[in-house]
Design a protein around this ligand. Structure first.
Ligand SMILES: NC(=O)c1ccc[n+]([C@@H]2O[C@H](COP(=O)([O-])OP(=O)(O)OC[C@H]3O[C@@H](n4cnc5c(N)ncnc54)[C@H](O)[C@@H]3O)[C@@H](O)[C@H]2O)c1
Length: 350
């Protein structure tokens, strides 16, 4: 079993990775302890029985909460339903939540864990590539509001992350691409060799998945609350979130991030920044069947960006690579954002 440690002030924990791990999760229940498996309608028929058996063997009294899959479910209503179910089942402060699924499940279940009785423990069991390499580690939880993505949430670290790469065998190709976008992002901001390996392969290897987790763990351990280096993980997310929002979440997160990375790097190149990054990035995105731009216009994208939450003092923190493998935070006046996006779109349409 591979173990990667994450150290935060709130809690230090490990990511345990092993093929087949779902059938023997390394947990033990105290007498009478309850577990709620939170999962979605696609994942439940595939893996819920295995996890339920595993938790029963560990001594838990097990319950399930299954919601209809999709980003649209990441809302306050479903969040409230989970809390009501926990209350109805008479969960106490020492009972546990297990988030079995992709980023939507993890964000919702983690937020519910942070709020129920002012915080109970939860475990992440990521079953999408995106959740494995990104959302299951780091403790960002939350839901979308009508006004924008992830506008409400909490930093709430899991007690452990259990990664079973066998779950990727049922993951649709589109979702593999979705996660690959976040892996490419990780390579661009932190590890040129990882980027090169990904750019040169059709499907990510387990070693590269673990490398991404190691990088995320390292960054989160340095900056739990995103006041510094953790911001780098938002590379591609400024325009990416705008694309997701404008498409009413029809464009999957990773695809939107891919478009966002392309626009940011294209615009940076026009300003003489991010030298030597655009061509390798576009080639890698092409190889993995990911978007290399967006059909949305600069004005509508800028408007969507400005309704995002990451605005501080009239500035927006853009993340731009300085070269492949390294990135920096570049604050931009909000008044300049439309021009920045327009430049990127123009370069990409040439
Ligand atoms: N908290 C964070 O740090 C963080 C980071 C990145 C993204 N996110 C969030 O994560 C979400 C996206 O996550 P996602 O891409 O995993 O989406 P998702 O959870 O909707 O999963 C994608 C699809 O795959 C299905 N699925 C999951 N595992 C499967 C499996 N093993 N086999 C077959 N189908 C499976 C799901 O039912 C769903 O239809 C977004 O809401 C995004 O904002 C959060």
């Amino acid at each position: 079993m591979t173990e990667i440690q994450v150290q935060t002030n709130q809690r230090s924990y490990s990511v345990f990775a092993e093929r087949g791990l779902l059938s023997h999760l390394p947990v033990t229940a105290a007498p009478g302890e309850k577990a709620l498996i939170v999962t979605d309608s696609n994942v439940a028929p595939l893996y819920c029985d295995t996890v339920e058996q595993s938790l029963k063997k560990a001594g838990f009294s097990v319950h399930r909460f299954v919601f209809k899959s999709g980003e649209q479910a990441k809302n306050l209503t479903v969040f409230g339903e989970i809390l009501e179910v926990l209350a109805m089942l008479r969960f106490s402060r020492t009972d546990k939540i297990f988030a079995l699924g992709g980023g939507v499940v993890g964000d919702l279940a983690g937020f519910a864990a942070s709020a129920f009785m002012r915080g109970i423990e939860f475990y992440q069991i990521p079953t999408t590539l995106l959740a494995m390499v990104d959302s299951s580690v780091g403790g960002k939880t939350g839901v979308n509001l009508a006004h924008g993505k992830n506008l409400t949430g909490a930093f709430w670290q899991p007690t452990a992350v259990f990664l079973d790469a066998d779950t990727l065998t049922t993951l649709p190709e589109l979702q593999i691409k979705n996660g690959t976008a976040e892996m490419l992002k990780t390579g661009v901001i932190r590890d040129a060799e990882l980027f090169a390996r990904l750019a040169d392969s059709d499907t990510p290897e387990l070693a590269d998945i673990l490398r991404c987790i190691e990088i995320k763990a390292e960054i989160v351990s340095q900056d739990e609350r995103e006041s510094g280096v953790r911001k780098l993980l938002n590379f591609g997310h400024t325009v990416g979130h705008a694309v997701e929002k404008l498409s009413d979440y029809a464009v999957p997160h990773g695809f939107a991030v891919a478009a966002g990375m392309a626009v940011a790097v294209a615009s940076a190149q026009k300003r003489g920044l991010a030298s030597g990054c655009l061509d390798p990035l576009l080639a890698a995105l092409r190889r993995h069947g990911l978007p290399r731009g967006t059909e949305y216009g600069a004005a509508e994208l800028a408007q969507a960006v400005l309704s995002d939450k990451k605005l501080a003092g009239g500035k927006i923190d853009l993340i731009l690579p300085t070269r492949i493998g390294s990135a920096e935070v570049v604050p931009l006046d909000v008044g300049e954002i439309e021009g920045f996006i327009a430049d990127g779109l123009e370069v990409l349409r040439r």
